[in-house]
Every structure is written in C-alpha cells, then in structure tokens.
Design a protein around this ligand. Sequence first.
Ligand code: PGA
Length: 257
Amino acid sequence: MTPTIVANWKMQLGVAASVDAATRLRATLDRDPIDATIVVCPSFLAIPYVLDPLSGSDIKLGAQDVFWTDKGAHTGEVSPTNLREVGVEYVIIGHSERRKLGETDTDVGRKTLAAAAYGLKPIICVGETSDERATGQHEHVVRRQVEGMFLSAPPPSQGMVIHLAYEPMWAIGTGEPADPATAEAIRQCIYRSLIDRYPAELVARSFRILYGGSVDPTNVTNYVGPGKFDGALVGGASLNPDTFVPLIRSCLPTTTS
Ligand code: PGA
C-alpha cells in the first residue's frame, strides 16, 4: 500500500506563498515522481489559486475544515459542495487546533457524515492532551473520539476511504514527536475500536491510520511503513518542498523516476 502524506499548511502561508509552495512542490515531483498519495491542504482562500499550479499533477487538494450542511444561513462556514465545486477531494476534520476552540466529538461526527455524503474524503484527527496522557486517560479519550464519530454513521460505502490521524496534542508543533512505541500503542487502540465495530475486511478496505505531530524527514520512518502507520499528517515540515519532498521520499522503500 502506498503511504498517504498530508500537508497541513494551517494559516501559515499567505495566498502568494501557497502558490509558490505548490508550484515548487509540483515541479520537484514532476522531475522525480514519488509513489505516494500526496494531499496538500492550503487555507480556504488559497485553494482556488493553487488549482492552476497543481493542475494535471497527481497531487491531491484538501481543505482544513468543512461545515456539516451544504447550504443555508451559516455565516462564515464553508460548504462541502463549494469545496467539491473548486476541486477539493480531501478534508481535515476535528484538528486539535479546532477542538481547542470548542469543536466537539458531535461536531466532528456531523462534519464527517456531511463530507462523506458530498463525496469528500475525510481525514479525521484524534489525540489526547498532555494532561489526559499524564492521568492515563489517553486510550480512553482516543477511543471515545473514534467511537463518537461513528455512532450514528452507516458503514463506509464501497470505494470510500476514511483517514484517521492520531495526533497527540502535546506533540503538535513542539519538535517533540511521540515516542514510536507510544504512537504504535494508540495505532493499535484505534484499529481495535474499528474492528469492534466493523468487519476486518471493511476496516482494511475503508480505513487508513496516519500519525501526526512533529514529523520531519529524519523521524518519519519511525512511524510510517509496513506494520506501522499508513502515512503522516505534517504541519511545519510540509511548508517548504525542500523539506517536504525528502520527508515523503524517506518513507518509501523504493522510488520511481
Ligand atoms: P506539526 O503539525 O507537524 O507542525 O507538528 C501537525 C499537525 O498539526 O497536523
């Protein structure tokens, strides 16, 4: 299985800087293609502007959030159909930076359902705070987040792929990723939550589990690979193709050229 590497540009790059990063990423990959699913998630405003530099490439476009209904009196929200209209294929849902602002498991569940209903591929973030880990609640919290999401949801339909990203909040943007064994224990916890709910072949077909939190080119192989996570969600190290491309390359056993 080829890894999925997601670039979360957050609110770090302006429109011109996003176009520049997308253009350079595309040029680098055109010169030396990589066998991985690469998803770039610029800010909403930058999305229409990176379409042109990414057009005709294999790089997928993602958004950083989505609202749970497609139309109506919802000031400031972004509709899943609008995202589809401009060519967005993936969407990050429930990032901890949004949960910190008040987004709940229920909100994340509604957004996930809407994304799936409107043909967007969800990348759902879960992960505990440092306090929750210190008090031994991490597995319980992650299980609650995963289960909360699927409580009212029908099983993923044929062809639907849902990415779950384990991002311990204390590892995001700190330069201190989770110890690989710690991350692996939660990967297995997420997998067990899925297996408790769905048949194994459905889980294998429809779910991918990613790691996120201070991933860089030197540590990505601790997390991504056979028997490990299926890919990574990358913030800081995704902003510059000079770092991001080596990161993607280093987690592949072989590269094509
Ligand atoms: P980071 O961010 O790679 O900068 O830690 C990851 C994320 O927040 O998705």
